[in-house]
Design a binder for this molecule. Structure first.
Ligand code: TRH
Length: 357
């Protein structure tokens, strides 16, 4: 098939990171994929090699972009519905106009809230044009679209994650409002008191004017190396959506910093996911982990981060075993790329239908 992916980059790396992962996976399955975007520097950071055959990145913010050249698309995927007024270039509208009969699939943000099951694969009709948009919800249950895991490297999938020994290697990818300084100070103290041996790798910069013997600033790596980077650590502080999923596929204990929203909806989403994830943990371990997540996200009415982090140190063995179980469940669960292709195969064929669908 010829597949278009419409990616508007609102902020950070998540929109681009998810779209790129999806595009690469579809191209590797033999489809011809055009990834339309409006932020070249972000894609250059994530995908400097530009080496997946069948995948073409198209900067649709350039004046010479001509949507008419893409009339033959068999499917258009729009991750996150980012084609809203939030963004400047409405190339999504131009593509919509160019291929009016092509199935249009809007892939929403990942959530473990229950309502996503009933909205998954629902449709809406534009009253002006009659155009149908279908809605796809990634998720953690069989009634959702699942997660992208077909691209998880085989050599890492086979690696056994055993109990953490000697040095605890911590990876941190966080938003600027996270209590990073507290984490660094707490680890420094634990190390100096001989209570632990912790090393920390921070994606991005270390706090200004700080000197931490055990912490290193990590440069941004291409997305193709990201799973390897995570697998080289024992505990993962991740954020947003894509790194959050990859930490789970890595099968490591993790602390999730959710993308904060002004209406504070993120607090409920964090709690909903935690409830699902923590099932099967002992009560003391679950409560220690939640304290750490809540304080890392600076939720109201939670203990300080230093105290929470110290409280977590006795639980690594249980958390590691749990992370392995959870990862196996995810690998056995629905796979997003496959789900999208299955859905597309059930759609009314367009005039341009290709036999290889
Ligand atoms: O960058 P993010 O905070 O993205 C966010 C979220 O997706 C959020 O939900 C969304 O609303 C907002 O963007 C617009 O975090 P996320 O989702 O983990 O995306 C980061 C991507 O960057 C992911 O694909 C992994 C990749 N990455 C690398 O390839 N190399 C690196 O060194 C690092 C740190 C990340």
């Amino acid at each position: 098939m010829q597949i278009g992916i419409v990616c508007k980059v609102i902020d950070n790396y998540g929109d681009a990171g998810f779209s790129l992962r999806l595009a690469k996976a579809l191209a590797i399955k033999g489809h011809s994929v055009s990834l339309f975007h409006d932020n070249l520097p972000t894609f250059e950071a994530l995908y400097p090699a530009n080496d997946v055959s069948g995948l073409q990145l198209i900067d649709a913010s350039r004046a010479e972009f001509n949507a008419d050249a893409y009339r033959l698309l068999d499917l258009v995927i729009e991750p996150f519905g980012t084609s809203s007024e939030q963004t400047e270039y409405r190339f999504d509208l131009a593509i919509k106009e160019s291929c009016p009969a092509t199935p249009w699939l809007l892939v929403d943000y990942l959530s473990s809230e229950e309502w996503v099951e009933s909205f998954h694969l629902s449709q809406s009709v534009d009253p002006n044009t009659g155009r149908i948009t279908s809605y796809f919800y990634p998720g953690f249950t069989d009634k959702t679209g699942g997660l992208i895991h077909c691209d998880y490297p085989q050599y890492l999938r086979q690696a056994k994650n055993t109990a953490i020994q000697n040095t605890l290697k911590v990876f941190v990818f966080a938003y600027p409002n996270a209590p990073l300084l507290e984490l660094l100070q707490a680890c420094e103290e634990l190390n100096e008191q001989g209570l632990a041996q912790i090393e920390i790798g921070v994606a991005g910069k270390l706090p200004r004017n700080s000197k931490f013997e055990y912490a290193t600033a990590l440069p941004f790596c291409p997305q193709s190396q990201f799973d390897g980077l995570l697998a080289g650590h024992d505990v993962l502080f991740v954020r947003g959506e894509d790194s959050f999923v990859r930490a789970q596929l890595a099968g490591k204990p993790f602390v999730w910093q959710i993308y904060p929203t002004q209406d504070l909806a993120h607090a409920k989403k964090l709690a909903d996911f935690f409830k699902r994830y923590s099932t099967g943990l002992s009560a003391p371990c679950s409560s220690a982990l939640w304290n750490c997540w809540a304080s890392w996200n600076r939720l109201e009415e939670c203990a300080g981060f230093i105290e929470s982090w110290q409280g977590l140190q006795v639980h690594w063995t249980e958390l590691q075993a749990h992370a392995n179980r959870w990862r196996n469940e995810l690998f056995a669960g629905p796979e997003l790329v496959k789900e999208i292709l299955t859905w597309r195969s059930g759609q009314t064929p367009t005039l341009m239908e290709k036999p290889d669908l």
